[in-house]
Design a protein around this ligand. Structure first.
Ligand code: NAP
Length: 354
């Protein structure tokens, strides 16, 4: 019998929130904003954690992200000198907005060492998975994590042991979905086979380094194609190549100390003839499309099969607003063709397999 959704007050047609388009996270039922927010650089710089975005500004960015519907928020226990401070800032926001918890899809990660110094205080053992999740929940001030991501595979722990730990957390509704980060196609195959074999949680999202300029990092090629084929979402991290794919590094613009990329030692990359030529062409196309370079780059990523939500970091409210607008951009066919010509080379994509 067909339900009359009006009668039951149900409407499964919602595909946006605060005007932000939503997509499923791979084949999972969880729906996420096409453009979300990476919170790596949020923290308490006055405590020496080297965060770029201090507490007050971070809270304003989070407020604005909710208003814009950019509600997929990515953090990790280790962000900013293994301090836990990115999670702590988010925790301040959640404590101040308890009614909004249900509107945010919260993703965090664990695996790397934090303050513990014994070999049991890192990795994906049962002990460290459970202890890390309890500590993250405490810092975040929430009672569940929507997407728990293993920050990287752990060659010293049987995968079944890590998956069992997540299964237990799911039974207690402390974690709802599982993702993995910095994984190869071989890692993903193992995770998939063992999850099927033992009836354990399936990985629904893979967070790997991926941006239009560099494509998939060496050693992790083919992951996007694997995601597309197997109903997983690739969450590309550093999607703006840490700020390089923005208007600020266009030829002729002055680059200075205090810029994150410069501080991170990327001056040679910025100034290379190859990068400058690509940026010049991107800049021209962006002007023709009435977009910025950041929007063009993000909109291009969103067109790729297997692509999940994007999580650019923002150091200002204006950057967030600019990046978020990419979610609704429909690139024209000529613009797409030009972007493919500009970006796709042997390092970028295993296009044959998409
Ligand atoms: N799983 C992992 O191992 C892993 C690793 C890295 C990152 N991540 C995740 O991915 C997220 C994003 O990565 P990311 O921060 O490395 O790189 P990104 O998103 O590519 O670049 C963000 C940086 O670009 C600049 N920026 C952003 N929007 C801009 C705009 N519209 N105009 C001009 N400049 C702009 C800002 O730098 P300024 O401060 O210089 O303005 C910002 O910090 C992180 O927050 C984190 O959640 C995960």
């Amino acid at each position: 019998m067909a339900y009359d959704t009006r009668f039951y007050g149900l409407n499964f047609g919602f595909d946006s929130f605060n005007e932000m388009p939503y997509i499923n996270l791979g084949k999972a039922g969880l729906r996420v904003s096409r453009v979300g927010l990476g919170t790596w650089k949020m923290g308490y710089p006055e405590r020496g954690d080297k965060a770029r975005v201090g507490r007050d500004l971070a809270l304003r960015i989070l407020d604005r992200a909710l208003e814009l519907g950019a509600t997929f928020w990515d953090t990790a226990n280790r962000y900013n000198e293994s301090s836990g401070n990115s999670e702590r800032v988010l925790g301040e926001w959640f404590r101040a907005h308890p009614g909004e918890r249900r509107n945010i899809v919260l993703a965090t990660k664990m695996a790397g060492a934090m303050d513990g110094i014994s070999p049991n205080h890192c990795g994906l053992s049962r002990a460290n998975v459970l202890d890390s999740v309890y500590a993250s929940l405490d810092r975040l001030g929430v009672d569940r994590i929507d997407l728990l991501q293993f920050h990287r595979p752990d060659p010293h722990t049987p995968v079944e042991e890590s998956l069992e730990a997540v299964a237990d957390l799911r039974r207690r509704d402390l974690v709802r979905y599982l993702g993995i980060s910095n994984a190869t196609v071989d890692d993903l195959r193992v995770y998939r086979e063992l999850a099927h074999h033992y009836g354990l949680p399936l990985v629904c999202a893979v967070q790997n380094s991926f941006n239009p300029l560099d494509g998939e990092r060496e050693g992790r090629r083919g992951v996007l194609a694997f995601c597309a084929r197997n109903g997983m979402a690739l969450i590309p991290y550093s999607p703006l190549s840490r700020g390089l794919l923005t208007d600020r590094y266009l030829p002729g613009k002055s680059v200075g100390q205090g810029d994150r990329l410069v501080d991170e030692g990327a001056l040679a990359q910025i100034n290379s003839a190859e990068t400058q030529e690509k940026l010049r062409r991107l800049g021209e196309l962006a002007v023709r499309e009435s977009l910025t370079v950041a929007q063009l780059s993000l909109a291009y990523l969103l067109r790729m099969p297997g692509m999940g939500p994007l999580i650019p970091s923002a150091s200002t409210v204006e950057q967030l607003e600019e990046n978020t607008r990419a979610a609704a951009v429909e690139l024209s066919e000529p613009a797409l063709a030009e972007l493919r010509q500009l970006f796709v080379d042997e390092r970028t994509l295993d296009l044959e397999n998409l």
